[in-house]
Design a protein around this ligand. Sequence first.
Ligand SMILES: [Fe+2]
Length: 386
Amino acid sequence: MNSRMYDFSFILPTRIEFGAGKIKKLPDILKEVGAKHPFIVTDPGIVKAGILPVVEDLLKAVIPDYIVFSEVEANPKDKNVEEGAKLAKDFGADLLIAVGGGSPIDCAKAISILMTLGGKIRDYEGRNNFATLPIPLIAVPTTAGTGSEVTFSSVITDSSEKFKFSIRAEGIAPKVALADPELTVTLPPMLTAATGMDALTHAIEGYTSLLAEPIAEACGLYAVSLISKNIRRAVECGEDLGARANMLAGSILAGISFSHSDVASVHCIAEALGGKYDAPHGLCNSVVLSEIMEYNLPYCVEKYSEIAKSMGLSFSTKEEGAQMATAEVKRMAKDIGLPSFASLGVKMEDLEEIAKNSFRNGSNSSNPRPMSEKDYLTVLKKLMSQ
Ligand SMILES: [Fe+2]
């Protein structure tokens, strides 16, 4: 048990509508919000997957005057935000609807800031660097990973610096998360695997970060249980709606957890790698997670043994449980077909820059074990040698 005295406040501004077929609720929600000029933010993959027409048909029935912006890239860039904000502002958008994984939802949050407050999106880096947002956002997740549909954060890539930065504020949390597991069944196995490991990382980091409070801990721990018991099935049999629903619920709980706590060193490295190589976020987390868990283990024996319990593992001592949780994470990534660190093609000469960018990430101070730039370099060198 945690012996420290808790001291926290908890707010969840997002209304969560969850269930198979729940997307059909969109017209009712639009009427309640009273929007006249919705602006849809999505990406080419969603258009290709045929999910966008489902949303558009429901939208057209109540509000014919809308615009679709489908140019969001993976690891959304500052230029995507600028382009979207200009279009949304010119259109007079009074509601944003983000459809997709973390990229469109994070981009929509940033568009909302920029079209309202102007300037450059990097100006808003950090925590609570603005008051509130007048443009509401409805988030329709199509992956079980990011949790962005309920989080207070948006991660954007500064394309000139190749650096991912975070904007965090309660004001950017979506007004409604319309979470329909049926929209996730067409997600290909590799994306299911990578986004699922992102969700697992949110759960583990949200639960163990130094900023964790009891609600974040409870959400993170149950998310570990849902994700670890369903990820293999969701990857292997995408049409299993039960597994998909459990994954989506797990990713939302993990999102609530890390929004009220924080992510930590796994995300610090993953974001440095994603910024440098434009590599998939979930994969970047997956290749680093067990290595950072090993680094953190002496500081996390109690919590890692709870994680092992949540994964359904049996053990006799807490130390054994903690080690089993770390091993299970590694095994899970392998079972679902995710490649190793080597697949990212990281160059030895880039390691110092990656270590530096990991260290300057705003979540570094939340890692349960202190981590210097040199420590990051040591972990990265270890990963390179595997
Ligand atoms: Fe993440």
